[in-house]
Design a binder for this molecule. Structure first.
Ligand code: BTN
Length: 330
């Protein structure tokens, strides 16, 4: 734990009480000047800390920061979040998690950032990641499955994120194949799984989740392909990020253990319960060509089954799906 995390923990344990400078020095094993510096830095981050000459310091208000100690406290998971790494700004949480995976990081590692400077979206797009408002999270898995089955795990984060949004805010979040979360037809979260594998063995699967939590309409880029929304826009009020992150990690833990024990079927059923496009006419951008057809459901390997107008069946493994008639830019 860093000195900053230790001092926050101390303040939280003694909420409402003054803690003397001397006591903070002895718990953190740092000098008086270093304590003062930590307090100043915390104030810059938005912590409201009262200082009284004869009594010491007292925490009055905490900002909506994601700190590993807060996330880990009461997490109660068996695998996901055994190690939680939070950082203020980073290029991309997926990128850092991939690096840490190469360095031998354990399965279940969670990486969160307050801001991303090069957030990655699907198909080489950028993921807008301003500071302090959203959730940018990556989870490292090392599943004992063949790389061919890896796409199944995309559905895991989709179910976890949508169920979390529904449980906490009753948003009626729905999934869009393969990995968008929509509320009222607007994108509220995006998922990006990145795989490092040999022919028969997965080394690391990094599951990236980006959730628009407190972003305002003005913070969305003008050239979005799909209309976007955030929890704040839907709820009409700013929401704390910590309960959302904690519940989502708990769901991912549950779903992953279920996947390891029972395979894809239970996950597939949960995903289909959140899916709106069954039997709907859609257009699929495959990159090289665009096809249209009627959605027939999810195949056991995660492919989307599409009935084409000529009566043939197409198994779509990657592509951008949208219902025909939906307004999309770009
Ligand atoms: C998409 O819908 O295009 C996928 C967006 C995925 C964004 C998340 S934010 C956390 C993680 N780190 C990244 O660089 N990307 C994913």
């Amino acid at each position: 734990m860093t000195s900053r995390e230790q001092i926050i923990q101390l303040f939280r344990q003694r909420l409402g009480d003054y803690i003397s400078g001397r006591e903070i020095c002895s718990v953190l094993q740092i000098s008086r000047a270093a304590v003062w510096k930590q307090v100043e830095q915390l104030r810059e981050l938005g912590f409201e800390i009262e200082a009284r000459r004869s009594r010491g310091y007292r925490l009055l208000e905490s900002p909506d920061l994601l700190l590993s100690a807060d996330i880990s406290a009461e997490l109660g998971t068996s695998l996901i979040g055994r190690k939680v790494h939070c950082t203020s700004e980073i290029a991309s949480t997926n990128q850092l998690t991939q690096q840490l995976a190469v360095d031998g990081a354990p399965e279940g590692l969670v990486v969160l950032a307050d801001a991303q400077t090069a957030g990655r979206g699907r198909m080489g797009r950028c993921w807008t990641s301003p500071a302090g408002v959203n959730v940018y999270c990556s989870i490292l898995l090392r599943p004992p499955i063949s790389p061919r089955q890896a796409p199944q795990l995309t559905f895991l984060t989709a179910v976890a994120a949508a169920e979390t949004l529904n449980a906490l805010y009753s948003l009626n979040a729905r999934v869009k194949w393969p990995n968008d979360i929509l509320v009222g037809g607007r994108k509220i979260a995006g998922l990006l799984n990145e795989l490092s594998a040999e022919t028969e063995q997965i080394h690391a699967l990094v599951m990236g989740v980006g959730i628009n939590v407190n972003m305002t309409a003005a913070q969305f880029p003008a050239d979005l392909r799909y209309p976007a929304t955030s929890v704040r826009i839907e709820m009409g009020a700013v929401q704390p990020r910590l309960p959302l992150v904690r519940l989502m990690l708990q769901r991912i833990d549950e779903l992953y253990l279920e996947f390891l024990a029972q395979g894809f079927s239970p996950l597939r059923r949960r995903w289909e319960a959140l899916f709106d496009l069954l039997d709907r006419q859609v257009e699929v951008d495959l990159g090289a060509r665009i096809i249209s057809g009627v959605v027939g459901g999810l195949e056991p390997d995660g492919a989307l089954k599409l009935f084409l107008p000529d009566g043939s069946v197409e198994r779509v493994l990657a592509g951008d799906v949208k219902p025909i008639g939906m307004q999309a830019k770009g």
